[in-house]
Design a protein around this ligand. Structure first.
Ligand SMILES: [Zn+2]
Length: 243
């Protein structure tokens, strides 16, 4: 009841509109400009449940009033713009592992599995996590204009249960937008180069082809399945926030 009331509040409409605008009214996965939906990266239900726990003993009415002022529920950075189709695929495949600690650097990892022959999207996994201490240190040095620092985020690593490093690969592309403190990094895995069920995804700075090398920047628990007839694209967006 409470959740429904909140979801129907005009603040939710604003949340949605802010996201559409930020993604320039196109689907973040396939680029479609058709019917669009805003997807919660960290589930609204989870955030609300956590908030309810913090406010145990209060009436629903009080919680409703307080929830309207509870920033994480209305944070447009926790949203991604998807078309109806991609949203549906995401809902089916997301495991919804969520991180509750307060973050300063947010990493949104988006994995898209496509059929290698038809290129049709089969599964989409969207996960949000925080950046490891080592990664935060790197960003701090960059922001302090430390010109001697030349580290580069280069390797993406797939881990199978253990977690055990199984496959590492250089980035396919990396772009940085200093104005909005955002970085976009992409990795691409062909159909035949690797397959399996992966439980973790890690990024490394100054890595080499050797297993375990480099400085860990980001780590996220995932549940990605990939066969040898599917390709995998992993897009990571790193956003530095003041929160
Ligand atoms: Zn789409």
């Amino acid at each position: 009841m409470l959740e429904k009331q909140l979801r129907n509040h005009p603040k939710m409409e604003k949340w949605r509109k802010d996201i559409f605008k930020r993604y320039n009214f196109s689907c973040d996965v396939c680029g479609s400009r058709g019917y669009l939906e805003a997807h919660h990266i960290r589930l609204f239900t989870d955030i609300l449940n956590e908030f309810k726990k913090l406010n145990q003993g209060k009436t629903d009415e009080e919680i409703y009033r307080l929830a309207l002022k509870y920033e994480p529920l209305w944070d447009s950075k926790n949203g991604i713009c998807l078309c109806k189709n991609c949203h549906k695929i995401t809902k089916i495949t997301n495991i919804g592992k969520q991180i509750t600690e307060k973050v300063r650097i947010v990493n949104i990892t988006k994995a898209v599995i496509r059929d290698a022959l038809t290129n049709k999207i089969k599964r989409i996994y969207i996960t949000q996590n925080t950046i490891q201490l080592a990664g935060r240190n790197v960003v701090a040095r960059r922001l302090a204009n430390e010109t001697t620092y030349t580290g580069i985020l280069n390797y993406g690593v797939l881990l199978t249960s253990g977690p055990t490093e199984t496959y590492r690969k250089l980035t396919a592309s990396a772009t940085y937008d200093d104005d909005v403190a955002k970085a976009y990094i992409t990795w691409f895995f062909t159909a035949t180069e690797v397959s399996g069920t992966f439980v973790q995804w890690r990024n490394y700075i100054d890595g080499t082809a050797t297993s375990g090398s480099g400085q860990e920047w980001s780590r996220v628990d995932v549940n990605w399945a990939k066969s040898t007839s599917e390709t995998l694209t992993v897009d990571c967006v790193y956003q530095i926030t003041s929160g």
